[in-house]
Write a protein that binds this ligand. Structure first.
Ligand code: FAD
Length: 384
């Protein structure tokens, strides 16, 4: 069975949901850089954003493989899971490392949609990918933490009730750079205007991303996830799931481009023949299909390892790299196949072209993946 045929009922349900959100819905939002509230509400209503939350906390209790099928279908339909995908993997830190009291308080409300956990705060303007250099600091003061610092590219912060924040709780020790970081669950409803300021960043795509400024924000110490100082490890645990899910979105994007290019090539006539009869048009479509099929197998493999309880660090990275490059090749091919119409908004190809480009940068850029593979899999010397 190819991975396109796995979880048929889930795929069919997601397709039906997405049919209510056609191209013109996304185009209008894209023009205004507006958040797809109705789409996210529908995904929540049907339980898809709670796919990975165990049934005892009100979720669907599914594995990562099922979650990849959900996001792949969202993207294949022309929709964009970027508006809500973080809820699927961000809650993993709470699920794996939160106390029983925290899980009981938050997970059922996240599953029902009463609370939105869409914001994930790691990146900082000066640290960049070198996460151990982050400087946002939470200082313990009795039963509170006082947080000061700045984050950048924190997506969906304006559309989330909770923020999972990675910050320092002790200064960086060059001998143990990843120690001394902690994870706090910040209640944005109380924080905004009381020490937290959100400033939106307008970007090439409609992604609701922002900068966050912390100025003596007070957070209850009870909102610490796990143990103080071990936060980096907790975040890393969640990153494999994040990379695999984003890779699945790329597979969905790639299938969207291949579907659209194939349909257009069969229908468009120039020089008295269908353009799809020319091998110069056929071969790039076929190549995109070959590359995407291979990448999809890697995504599947990484998801299966995750669901078996293994740690697919390298596999998640490889899946994300292969899928993001395959979707980008398919995007470029699709524009080329459409000729001038590839640039027309109403075809949705130019929007998806912009959207899929992100995934070679976020959540981790290609060079950092290659560096991981070079040093971890091949034993080459570390460059940093
Ligand atoms: C739209 C959008 C949404 C995002 N959402 C979130 C979010 O919700 N939460 C969050 O925490 N972050 C988010 N991010 C941040 C994202 O994860 C980072 O942008 C990404 O990891 C790259 O980090 P950087 O931008 O700091 O690049 P940098 O670290 O500054 O790197 C710049 C370039 O240099 C390359 N480079 C750096 N060092 C090396 C090296 N040693 N060798 C070779 N090449 C190198 C990188 O590969 C990259 O191409 C988002 C970003 C975007 C654009």
């Amino acid at each position: 069975m190819s991975n396109e045929e796995s979880f048929p009922e889930i795929r069919e349900g997601v397709r039906r949901l997405c049919a209510d959100f056609p191209g013109e819905y996304w185009r209008e939002l894209d023009r205004d850089r507006a958040y797809p509230t109705a789409f996210v509400s529908a995904l929540t209503r049907d339980g898809y954003l709670a796919a990975l939350i165990p049934e005892e906390y009100g979720g669907l209790g599914l594995g990562l493989g099922a979650a990849t099928a959900i996001l792949e279908e969202v993207h294949r339909s022309g929709s964009n899971g970027g508006a809500a995908h973080a809820q699927m993997y961000t809650m993993g830190a709470l699920l794996r490392h939160g106390s029983e009291a925290q899980k009981t308080e938050y997970l059922p409300k996240i599953a029902s949609g009463e609370l939105r956990l869409q914001a994930f705060g790691v990146t900082e303007p000066t640290a960049g990918t070198d996460t151990t250099r982050l400087t946002t600091f939470a200082k313990r003061d009795g039963d509170r933490y006082i947080v000061n610092g700045q984050k950048i590219w924190i997506s969906r912060a304006e559309h989330s009730d909770l923020l999972l924040l990675l910050c320092r709780t002790s200064p960086r020790d060059p001998a143990r750079p990843s120690a001394g970081m902690s994870v706090l669950l910040v209640d944005m409803r109380e924080a905004v205007g009381n020490g937290l300021t959100i400033r939106p960043i307008r970007t090439m795509i409609n992604h609701a991303t922002t900068e966050l400024y912390f100025d003596d924000l007070s957070v209850p110490a009870a909102n610490l996830i796990g143990e103080e100082g071990k936060g980096f490890k907790y975040i890393l645990d969640g990153m494999n799931a994040e990379r695999i899910l984003i890779a699945a979105e790329c597979i969905g994007d790639g299938r969207f481009f291949i579907d659209r290019a194939t349909a257009y090539a069969k229908e468009r006539e120039v020089f008295g023949r269908k353009i799809g009869a020319n091998q110069g048009i056929q071969f790039p479509i076929a190549r995109a299909h070959v590359q995407l099929t291979a990448a999809a197998l890697m995504v599947d493999h990484a998801a299966r390892m995750f669901d078996e309880g293994r740690v697919p660090g390298t596999e998640a990275n490889m899946a994300k790299m292969l899928a993001s490059e395959a979707s980008w090749y398919a995007a470029d091919m699709c524009i080329q196949t459409h000729g001038g119409f590839g640039f027309a908004e109403e075809y949705d190809v130019e929007r998806k072209f912009r959207e899929t480009r992100l995934y070679q940068i976020a959540p981790i850029s290609t060079n950092l993946i290659l560096s991981h593979v070079a040093t971890h899999s091949l034993g080459l010397p570390k460059s940093f």
